[in-house]
Design a protein around this ligand. Structure first.
Ligand code: PGA
Length: 251
């Protein structure tokens, strides 16, 4: 079975509404990209407007960058999974290293967020990846195993089959320092083996595992040519439609 190839943009906290709409329009004008699922991960307040721009077009989907783990209630300033669904989001990025680092999101909290997202029919793009000290100590595979065990390996095989994994070495995010294709492949293959050990070969073979961290038009082709790299989660380069589309054209 051929795995779904996905290129997802993570706009982070960038672009005001007019800029976000212009970017979405520029990407949508070129969509679909044959054989590639495009995802735009916009700030919360852009979601509704971008949903109108995409208007259910084939091959391009909307994502949030976070959601709250509770259903609803007195959580001032927070956004629920059902709210995201109601404005047209189909995906949600969870476990991004910036959420872990700056907002103290831990494995148990992320497990609750993954559950809530799935309950509402959102597809989690679950991020994992090690910091530089762990990479240098050589324990990066163990660390990622722990992140997956703590936040997604409690899922049933059926639910696990709905999620997307993004491997994002923290030392490569926004630094211009990309993992080499060999480093990416080593980890992606290790992740696929962890999934196979837990859920069996069929689920593992069907899971899309994206690479993230300074992925750009000049290195996407090399990264995507690795057998276990099924696409990318793109930060900085997703802010320019031309670069994002060039990455999507790199399979
Ligand atoms: P980057 O970010 O492409 O700017 O390194 C990737 C990410 O954080 O998802």
């Amino acid at each position: 079975m051929k795995r779904q190839q996905i290129v997802a943009g993570n706009w982070k906290m960038n672009n005001d509404l007019a800029e976000g709409k212009a970017l979405a329009e520029a990407v949508a004008a070129q969509a679909p990209v044959a054989g590639v699922t495009l995802v735009l991960g916009t700030p919360y307040i852009h979601l509704s407007a971008v949903a109108d721009i995409l208007d259910g077009a084939a091959g391009i989907h909307l994502s949030a960058q976070n959601c709250h783990q509770e259903e609803s209630g007195a959580y001032t300033g927070e956004i629920s999974a059902s709210m995201l669904k109601s404005v047209g989001a189909e995906y949600v990025i969870l476990g991004h290293s910036e959420r872990r680092e700056y907002f103290g999101e831990d494995e148990a909290l992320l497990a609750a967020k993954v559950d809530k997202a799935l309950e509402h029919g959102l597809i989690p793009i679950f991020c994992c990846g090690e910091k530089l000290d762990i990479r240098e100590a050589g324990t990066h595979v163990e660390l990622v195993q722990k992140q997956l065990a703590g936040s997604v390996f409690h899922l049933s095989a059926e639910d696990f089959g709905k999620i997307v994994i993004a491997y994002e070495p923290v030392w490569a995010i926004g630094t211009g320092r990309t993992a080499s294709p060999e480093q990416a492949q080593e980890m992606h293959a290790a992740i696929r083996k962890m999934i196979a050990d837990k859920y069996g070969a069929e689920v593992a073979e069907a899971t899309s595992i994206l690479y993230g961290g300074s992925c750009k038009p000049s290195n996407a082709e090399e990264l995507f040519s690795q057998p276990d790299v099924d696409g990318g989660l793109i930060g900085g380069a997703s802010l320019k439609a031309e670069d994002f589309l060039a990455i999507a054209g790199s399979f």
